[in-house]
Write a protein that binds this ligand. Structure first.
Ligand code: FAD
Ligand code: DHB
Length: 394
């Protein structure tokens, strides 16, 4: 099999890249190790930055998002039993975010790709990337029990944190920056209308809690739990009781309970692999970087990477100049490190570490107080949350 761009992985990064290339008249083949149902139902991110929304619309993938997605103009910070709303449009010159689940973004992109895009092979596992520094890199893969090879001009590893593409970088040419956290998120989906019309990020001495949503009738909630916790350790009642305590306020706000349809634990880590390019192999999305989920940057970073790659390749084909491809890694990393910083700040602002002292707790409250009382501090949060420019730093 032969193509211009071999794409490993059909998560948001790989699927959007295939769509962008198709719109630009560049052919690609997507290899995805899992089946379609798995990819379409894997419960993950839920918040799209303004720039991500704009890109999906421009790629012709925004129709259902515009019908069913929920535009959000702010978030609530909850601490010390108080509530503080951050008004995004007022602080950022009109920007907002969209609540539209990653599962739905993937469903929309898969439908478009299968209808009028290049090949998208499910249950096709890439085994390696070979000859990344040659003219024609190859991806051997196994599809429905048969082995084959995809020959490409370029390979883009969109195969997530556990993929194979990153392994093709020689150790001497790679640098990894990482940090782990002593806590994780227990996430639930519940068939109950969200108890607030915007997201609530709560800091509590017992730990962080987040109220989010998937639709007007489905709530998505997260609870900080110790790293290594198993979802089965928490009964449904215990989850609701703990959420209620962490969201407590001095007014009459209440948390509505409903039947749980899903319960799972997400570990938290920060990770960056530099550089993001080796010869004709490029990494995009979680294959190159991970952020802790506080602040909802993971999916949005993946979108920035593939937009940057698609633009660079179109530029190379139109002008013959490799300049933008050569700049790919540095361009992406500027934005990635801003998102790493923001995700780290939000995480340490809102979670309580097992070894946190009373001093640490007071500092968190002082940082929150500063955001609630200084327009400059609040604007900093609003700008980062609604998103830095897709192809550069903020
Ligand atoms: P992925 O979505 O991981 O896609 C990679 C794809 O590559 C997968 O479909 C995988 O099956 C495929 N693949 C892997 N290896 C191979 C191979 N060898 N051959 C072929 N295909 C392969 N972000 C948030 O903002 N908020 C959240 O609440 C949130 N929750 C998360 C929960 C979990 C459990 C995880 C893992 C991530 C979460 N994220 C969250 C992050 C966000 O979902 C990711 O940043 C986003 O999915 C990145 O997209 P991607 O396309 O780069 O990678
Ligand atoms: C969601 C996830 C996040 O990490 C976040 O900061 C906000 C919302 C969500 O899954 O809805």
């Amino acid at each position: 099999m032969r193509t211009t761009v071999g794409i490993i992985g059909a998560g948001p990064a790989g699927l959007l890249l295939a769509r962008l290339l198709h719109r630009a008249g560049i052919d690609s083949v997507v290899l995805e190790s899992r089946d379609r149902a798995y990819v379409e139902h894997r419960q993950r991110a839920g918040i799209l930055e303004q720039g991500t929304v704009d890109v999906l619309r421009a790629a012709g993938a925004g129709e259902r998002m515009d019908r069913e997605g929920l535009r959000h103009d702010g978030i609530e910070l909850r601490f010390d039993r108080r509530r503080h709303r951050v008004d995004f449009p007022a602080l950022t010159g009109g920007r907002s975010v969209m609540v539209y689940a990653q599962t739905e973004v993937c469903k929309d992109l898969i439908a478009l790709q299968l209808a009028d895009g290049g090949p998208l092979l499910f249950e096709a596992e890439a085994l390696a990337v070979e000859d990344a520094t040659g003219d024609r890199p190859r991806v051997p893969f196994r599809h429905q029990g048969r082995e084959d090879v995809l020959e490409c001009d370029y390979v883009v590893g969109c195969d997530g944190f556990w993929g194979v593409a990153r392994n093709a970088f020689p150790a001497a040419a790679s640098r990894v920056f990482e940090r782990s956290y002593p806590y994780a998120w227990l996430g639930i989906l519940a068939d109950v209308a969200p108890s607030h019309d915007e997201l609530v990020y709560a800091r509590h001495d017992r730990g962080f809690a987040l109220l989010s949503m998937r639709s007007p009738s489905v709530s998505r909630l997260y609870l900080q739990v110790p790293a290594g916790t198993k979802a089965e350790e928490w009964s449904d009642d215990a989850v609701w009781a703990e959420l209620e305590r962490r969201f407590e306020t001095d007014d009459d706000w209440t948390l509505e309970r409903g039947p749980l349809t899903q319960k799972s634990v997400t570990p938290m880590r920060s990770f960056v692999h530099e550089p993001m390019r080796h010869g004709r192999l490029f990494l995009a999305g979680d294959a190159a970087h991970i952020v802790p989920p506080t602040g909802a940057k993971g999916l949005n970073l993946a979108v920035g990477d593939v937009v940057t790659f698609a633009r660079a390749l179109v530029h190379a084909q139109e002008t013959g100049s490799p300049d933008l491809l050569d700049a790919y890694s540095a361009t992406c990393l500027r934005r990635i490190w801003q998102a790493e910083r923001f995700s780290y700040d939000m995480t340490t602002l809102l979670h309580s570490a097992p070894d946190a002292t009373a001093f640490d707790a007071r500092l968190q409250l002082a940082r929150l107080e500063r955001i609630a009382s200084s327009r400059a501090a609040e604007t900093d949060l609003a700008e980062a949350y609604t998103g830095f420019p897709l192809t550069g730093a903020g």
